[in-house]
Design a binder for this molecule. Structure first.
Ligand code: FE2
Ligand code: FE2
Length: 357
């Protein structure tokens, strides 16, 4: 029996104060039409908690995560677990990871986490592991096999021989358009682990893979890129129902490569491209080096929000709840063989993209 989770049921529980806004969490529903137990989980990603000094943190990013946690705790029906998609911290500092972990500790239910590059490149994930355990792992839940990968590894040369200090390495990787970064990869060791892990499950078992970077090659200049994407995809292609859900990109993306559907989740911090209004404020924010088009340059939360994801027989329908904008629904189109927008704006009604100065 498929149960529908509506935005109304989420917001009814959230009460009048929050019912006027939408918040940057994602709900994922797995529906099997009676053959398996239906269940849901929530998804929060890219909070970028940033330490200033002492007990002071960048307030915008704190508030994004707090609000997502508050709404996740109010979701009806209650989700089975929460996935955090990486980039909990901005510069990988203990203060940031501790502060983020303290906030996440207020979540109801079990928390699973993905490693982001902002969590990793100060101490190569050592402190993150003390809080959350291994960098990659798998688990089964109600007939679905879940895999969590650490997809933000780069070459040893970049990691160990390029920068004078760990702090410098972290700063270079944290650049928003990443001019001094290096292409991400999953790496041979982890791919071998994945191969062995997947040998244990049947090809008809629904498979959900979580990564931080997209397990596909989108745009190298922003490091929306995983260098060994094809090798990872080859391990996933034999499965009938495969979905990859990733963070990192701070925007809506979807794609289909062979048997694999890809969906991004949105950030609780900033949208990408980055609003100029952030760059103008005197604040502790990453430096904007590349000006870019935004649909609404005056709305700093443009392109952030949250989404409902319904995975039915391996095909994902994502309903994006956008702040101050019409909802957007992306579903698998069997005729075309890939996900498409099903309720996109009429071309004649679209707001023209603008540069802002
Ligand atoms: Fe991020
Ligand atoms: Fe990231």
């Amino acid at each position: 029996m498929t149960k529908l989770i509506t935005r109304r049921s989420v917001l009814a529980a959230a009460g009048a104060t929050t019912a006027l806004t939408t918040l940057p969490i994602s709900m994922v529903k797995l529906a099997f039409g009676g053959t398996r137990d239906d269940f849901t989980f929530t998804y929060i990603s890219d909070s970028h908690i940033q330490h200033i000094k002492g007990s002071s943190f960048v307030r915008n990013w704190d508030q994004g995560l707090k609000r997502a946690i508050a709404e996740a705790n109010l979701v009806v029906p209650e989700s089975d677990f929460v996935m955090f998609g990486g980039d909990l911290a901005q510069l990988g500092k203990r203060e940031e990871l501790d502060h983020g972990a303290e906030m996440l500790s207020h979540l109801k239910g079990k928390l699973h986490t993905v490693m982001g590059e902002h969590d990793y490149y100060l101490d190569l994930g050592e402190y993150w592991s003390k809080l959350y355990g291994p960098h990659y792992y798998s688990f089964d839940h109600k007939g679905v096999h879940f895999v969590v990968l650490n997809s933000i590894i780069v070459s040893d040369d970049w990691t160990f021989h390029r920068w004078p200090t760990a702090e410098q390495r972290m700063l270079e990787m944290a650049g928003l358009d990443n001019p001094n970064g290096s292409p991400f990869m999953v790496g041979l060791k982890q791919r071998e682990w994945l191969r062995a892990d997947l040998e244990k499950i049947g090809k008809d078992t629904p498979l959900l893979v979580f990564s931080h970077s997209p397990l596909q090659k989108i745009y190298k200049g922003w490091n929306f890129w995983t260098d060994d994407a094809e090798e990872v995809q080859a391990l996933l292609q034999p499965f009938q129902n495969v979905t990859v859900i990733y963070g990192h990109v701070h925007q809506i993306q979807y794609n289909q490569i062979g048997n694999i559907s890809f969906h991004s989740v949105m950030a609780t911090a900033w949208p990408w491209p980055y609003p100029q209004s952030y760059a103008r404020a005197e604040s502790h924010i990453p430096v904007l080096t590349v000006p870019m088009n935004r649909a609404d340059p005056f709305f700093e939360r443009d392109a952030t929000g949250w989404q409902l994801i319904d995975v039915n027989s391996g095909r994902v329908t994502a309903r994006y709840q956008l702040w101050d904008n019409d909802p957007r629904t992306v579903a698998y189109n069997a005729k075309l063989g890939h996900p498409t927008d099903v309720s996109y704006q009429e071309p004649t009604q679209r707001r023209v993209p603008q540069f802002h100065y």
